[in-house]
Design a protein around this ligand. Structure first.
Ligand code: GDP
Length: 457
């Protein structure tokens, strides 16, 4: 089931939250002093969300020199078991060096993190909230596990992750031919955390999605044919591609159900939406004979809005005679029709012959790498100073916009926060100036970049 791990240094309030989520006060059983309890597990809930909660509270009893090492190991284990980690800091204490150790583990493990500043009631916590951005783990939720505050916010951030997980579990289920035996419940739960790179191949019917996937997986696991809609409901396959484990989502499955053309379009888009949500990198596959169709544009735009890395691949390149001219034309159309995807790679392929697939794979890997890119705060602030000098922000109505501090709060896709005075007065054009600057100066093609402004007086 969906698993949430609560991690953080001792005494931040992990157990209090655990008890609140699990809903009963589990007595802390410690018959032998000095024995470190292991990870605690319970069935947690917030509103209608039900999940497994893991608490790494056992650490609080550990007081000897090996604390650091044990903390690290236990946390790493919790992270490996979890779908999402709630990283708790103490808003009254501020961000301490020990917190950085945990932040570091979470980053290294590439964990899905919800940052929570506990004991957040009252004004005293304000400074910590700002400091917490600098951990580079996203927007902190202010909560009080003791008083039950912030549970709504926690639910809000948890829900999309939870939903995506449930949807994915449902989508994954049919293709696994598991023989459910009687004793299945006793079988050990093996966490499979060697996560494959998740790709969705999207595009209009007959663009060649199934042919492409067939070529990659090297066997006829999907059916292809000349008429639209012949692909059966094979929604995803996992396959090593050039030594890299990948899970490939196809959006073709649902097309079969659509009989009418207009319905077809609708279904393809909503189906595409589903695949796009699961994916890390979205490959928009175009047919060289009818590139950049309405449907292609919609799905590419969707991928950008969902914050996915995007690679555009032009298929059936084998039938193109005027390759040079065509390529130029394609690049122009791309720039004009999909300005929101500026810098995304455009690769020509032939799914049929397999030509260009190595370049496609490289483009996917690179887009994925950029999507995960993290830039140090020091580097960002030096850059920001330069940008401000080169082109100072406007002074609408005589009010000077002062930008004080910038930090990356998220990856996948990269997201940044700028602390600024009068964020409401900042024109869109200035935001675009900064975003484009980030893209060029830090070499981040093919990924959406988010920039948030926060009021800091
Ligand atoms: P899907 O609907 O996007 O899954 O498209 P299919 O994979 O079913 O392909 C539609 C048609 O295009 C089939 O007849 C394929 O043989 C053909 N096709 C796919 N890729 C290529 C290619 O690279 N070159 C050529 N010439 N034909 C292709």
């Amino acid at each position: 089931s969906f698993t949430l791990a609560i991690v953080g240094r001792p005494n931040v309030g992990k157990s209090t939250l655990f008890n609140r989520l699990v809903g009963k006060k589990l007595a802390l059983v410690d018959d032998q002093p000095g024995v470190t309890r292991d990870l605690r597990e319970g069935e947690g809930r917030i509103a209608d969300l039900r999940f497994t909660v893991i608490d790494s509270a056992g650490l609080e009893e550990a007081t000897d020199d090996s604390l650091q090492g044990r903390m690290r190991r236990l946390t790493e284990r919790a992270v490996e078991m979890a779908d999402v980690c709630l990283f708790m800091i103490d808003a009254r204490a501020g961000v301490l060096p020990a917190d950085e150790v945990f932040a570091d583990i979470l980053r290294k493990k590439n964990a899905n993190v919800i940052l929570a500043a506990n004991k957040g009631e009252g004004k005293a916590a304000d400074a910590t909230i700002l400091e917490a951005y600098a951990l580079g783990l996203g927007e902190p939720i202010r909560m009080s596990a003791e008083h039950g505050e912030g549970m709504g916010e926690l639910m809000d951030v948890l829900r999309p992750i939870y939903d995506a997980h449930e949807e994915k579990a449902a989508a994954d289920a049919p293709e696994v031919d598991v023989d459910v035996g009687e004793d299945d419940e006793d079988a050990p739960r093996i966490p499979t955390r060697a996560k494959p790179l998740q790709i969705a191949v999207v595009g209009r019917p007959n663009a060649g999605k199934s042919t492409l996937i067939n070529k990659i997986i090297g066997e006829e696991r999907l059916l292809t044919g000349p008429e639209a809609g012949i692909t059966r409901d094979a929604i995803s396959v996992q396959q090593d591609w050039g030594g890299v484990p990948m899970r490939i989502f196809d959006t073709a499955g649902m097309r079969r159900k659509a009989k009418v053309q207009e319905k077809l379009e609708k279904l393809s888009v909503s189906d595409g939406l589903r695949a796009v949500k699961f994916a890390e990198v979205v490959v928009v596959l175009l047919d060289v004979e009818i590139p950049f169709e309405q449907q292609d544009l919609r799905i590419a735009d969707l991928a950008e809005r969902e914050g996915r890395a995007v690679v555009v691949a032009v298929n059936k390149w084998d039938v193109e005679d005027e390759k040079q001219t065509k390529l130029k034309e394609l690049r122009e159309s791309f720039e004009r029709l999909l300005p929101q995807l500026r810098g995304a790679p455009l690769v020509t392929v032939s799914a049929k012959t397999g030509k260009g697939l190595d370049r496609l794979q490289q483009a996917i890997m690179r887009a994925h790498e950029v999507w995960n890119r993290r830039i140090s705060t020091a580097h960002l602030n030096r850059w920001l100073t330069g940008m401000l000098e080169q082109h100072p922000p406007p002074a609408p109505g005589g009010k000077r916009i002062k930008m004080r501090y910038m930090t990356q709060v998220k990856t996948r896709p990269p997201a940044f926060v700028v602390m600024t005075s009068h964020p409401d007065l900042m024109p869109e054009s200035y935001k675009r100036y900064l975003i484009n600057g980030l893209r060029v100066d830090f070499d981040m093609p093919g990924t959406p970049i988010r920039l948030y402004l926060r009021d800091q007086g």
